[in-house]
Structure formats: C-alpha cells, structure tokens
Ligand binder design. Structure first.
Ligand code: E4P
Length: 218
C-alpha cells in the first residue's frame, strides 16, 4: 500500500515529511496554481519534495494532445532518476495514446481524472502503474463514489495485472478508512488529513498522562 500527500505547498509538506508512512507526493496543475508555482518551477519543486524525503513524486502533463503530453513528460523526466517521477496523464482519448508510449519506454504512468470503469480497464490494458479515481468529486456528481471504486477495484483484480488504484479527492478519515477496507493499492490525501490520521487526540492525551506520571515518579 502506498500513501501519497496531494499538495504542491512546500510549507505544508515540510511539516509532514519525511515520515515512514508516506511514500510520496502527488501534484496537479490546480495544486500548483494554488501554491503559486509556475510551470517552469515544477522540476525544482519536485526536486525539493524528493530532498524532503518523498520516495516518489507524481506530476501531470498540461498539453491536451498526445505529442504535447509526451513533450511535457520528457521535459520533466530528464531532471530525475528512473522511478522517482510518475507522469500523471488525464484519462482522455489523447492521454491514453501518450501514456501507452511512455509505458512502452518504461516510464511509470498514472491515468488521472478517472470517473468510469472503462477508463480503469484501459489503464490496466495499457500497463499503467495507477488509475486515479476522484472519490469526493464522484460523490459531488451524484454518483456513489465508494461503490464505483469498489467495482473498479474488483475489475483490476480480475484483470490480474500490475495496475493499481490511486484514489484521490479523499476528504475525510471515514473515506480513507472505507478505501482501506476495499484494499485499494494507493491513496493520496491532503496534508491536513494526514495530521488527523497521525495525531489521535486520545493517544496524545494518554502520552501526556504517561509523561506526567513518569515525571512524578522520577
Ligand atoms: C487530484 O489530483 C486532486 O488534487 C484532488 O483529488 C482534488 O480533490 P478535491 O476535489 O476533493 O479537492
């Protein structure tokens, strides 16, 4: 199982990394914009994340046609060692084309913005590392996101390949726990949710009580 942080904000990432439960960081153009990072600054930003202890980073192409997507991907890939960077590509008609070429060259690919079973099947057929459905946004659109993701997970298991779900748009602890129950391969969460998962108030309170008792008996 791989847990990623979904953020382009180095300040909030620095408060979380390195941590042994966190495998890496996922970004997308919306997160970059929110963090005020320009496209030209993306390789440096990703390099900083790796230096902070992310074992892998994921960054998205911005073009909409396959040749442009491949150019975007190669512009990023030349800055990193093999395996450090996963290329995220929207699961569009053109995205599937571009991703297939990257996979053929040994580049790990995440098909993102996945909303339907057939997209998951294409990701598996093309040998992508991940298909990334958006749980919260599926729910927003009136679909039962968890039920659909359960079907996606079953489909991948029946395909028997190496493609895994990387579930994004995970907004609360309940959603996270439901996904764990489904056995999805990876989840990406906002750093604030990692804080909630790592710092259980009752555990912190117990630790304080142990500390007080330890000091009292010294
Ligand atoms: C994924 O790439 C997005 O950053 C993320 O899932 C957005 O989720 P939200 O719509 O819940 O903010």
């Amino acid at each position: 199982f791989h847990l990623y942080l979904d953020s382009a904000d180095l300040g909030e990432l620095r408060r979380c990394l390195p941590h042994p439960v966190v495998h890496g960081v996922t970004t997308n153009p919306t997160l970059l914009r929110r963090a005020g990072v320009r496209r030209a600054g993306l390789p440096d930003l990703l390099g900083e994340m790796l230096a902070m202890g992310a074992r892998q980073v994921q960054a998205q192409v911005q073009s909409q046609d396959a040749p442009g997507m491949l150019d975007d991907a190669h512009d990023l890939l030349r800055h990193f060692a093999p395996g450090q960077l996963v290329i995220k590509i929207p699961a569009t008609r053109e995205g599937l084309r571009a991703g297939a070429q990257l996979v053929a060259r040994g580049v790990p690919v995440t098909y993102t913005a996945v909303y339907a079973l057939e997209q998951v099947h294409f990701a598996a057929q093309l040998g992508a590392s991940y298909a990334a459905p958006y749980l919260g946004r599926l729910d927003d659109s009136g679909v039962d996101g968890l039920a659909l993701i359960a079907r996606m997970q079953a489909l991948l298991q029946s395909c028997g390949g190496a493609t895994r779900l990387l579930v994004a748009s995970v907004r609360d602890r309940e959603a996270y726990l439901n996904l764990l129950r489904l056995g999805v391969g990876a989840i990406t969460i906002p750093p604030r949710l990692l804080g909630e998962l790592l710092d259980h108030p009752a555990t912190l309170q117990a630790e304080q009580a142990f500390l007080a008792d330890a000091q009292a008996s010294d």
